[in-house]
Design a protein around this ligand. Structure first.
Ligand code: B1M
Length: 211
């Protein structure tokens, strides 16, 4: 039987093959992609985060756990994508300039794909002008900005300023998120929306563009 606690434990231990196998078993047994992500993959990564915070884990262990988590995500991703029918809109997503954290951003991107959106992944350390180019070139409806560091949050404001300067601010909605980001910060910098997690990011974008 699918054991999501064992899956979380395998993420924590960085056991890539076990994560892939347990994820596949859960899929085969009909466990929903959302439960596998939330109760297995994200639950494991949350513990890794705590251990990193308490200096029980160091960077290599965190990277190994993240790689193991990705092995599970690789299996889940097509299932999330399959569930979408017509694209609801196009989202350009990236982690802002100076910030290399991509696990949460990738989750948000996957949830968008699963939610029926076309996703343009600008990856990490994305300078404001790259978001501007995306809006100018590919009919983007939503710019999704992720930041995990308090020191990179100001790059979200820089990005909004760059959109204003390029004259494209009114043609897109700007959605922001990431562990240190808040609704207050979104209000402060003039973002259109904030979402605390991957699932609500999709709901918020849908609300913003009326899809
Ligand atoms: Co980093 N790191 N890290 N790190 N790292 C944090 C973020 C930190 C909180 C750890 C700590 O000290 N407690 C801390 C930031 C402190 C702060 O600024 N407040 C920190 C630090 C300091 C650093 C370095 C500076 C460490 C150093 O070198 N001294 C360095 C910075 C590098 C850089 O970016 N320039 C660094 C490096 C790294 C690694 C490379 C080792 C690795 C990243 C690997 C990778 O991403 N490929 C790493 C990791 C893994 C973490 C922790 C442990 C885990 C982050 C994570 O992936 N969480 C993290 C500690 C923690 O969070 N407890 C930490 C799981 C992920 C699913 O959650 O990304 O929050 P999260 O995404 C969530 C929500 O936030 C939301 O949805 C997701 C899930 O539902 N969300 C959005 C995210 N983006 C969204 C966008 C949206 C909406 C929702 O709309 C657009």
């Amino acid at each position: 039987m699918a054991d999501l606690q064992a899956l979380a434990d395998s993420v924590i231990a960085g056991k890539r093959d076990d994560v892939a196998q347990l994820t596949q078993t859960a899929v085969d047994e009909g466990v929903s992609a959302e439960d596998i992500i939330n109760e297995g993959l994200i639950a494991g990564m949350a513990v890794v985060g705590e251990k990193f915070k308490n200096n029980e884990f160091y960077v290599p262990e965190v990277l190994i756990a993240a790689r193991a988590m990705h092995a599970g995500m690789d299996i889940i991703k097509p299932l999330l994508v399959e569930s979408g029918i017509e694209p609801k809109g196009t989202v350009a997503i990236g982690t802002v300039k100076g910030d290399l954290h991509d696990i949460g951003k990738n989750l948000v991107a996957m949830m968008f794909e699963g939610g029926g959106y076309e996703v343009v992944d600008l990856e990490v350390d994305v300078p404001p002008e790259k978001y501007v180019e995306a809006v100018q070139s590919s009919g983007v409806d939503v710019i999704a900005l992720s930041a995990l560091l308090t020191t990179t949050m100001p790059a979200m404001k820089d990005t909004i300023d760059a959109l204003v300067e390029a004259g494209v601010r009114d043609s897109v909605k700007v959605l922001i998120g990431g562990a240190p980001v808040t609704q207050n910060y979104a209000d402060e910098i003039g973002a259109d929306g904030y979402a605390p997690d991957a699932a609500s990011a999709v709901d918020k974008a849908t609300e913003l563009i009326g899809a």
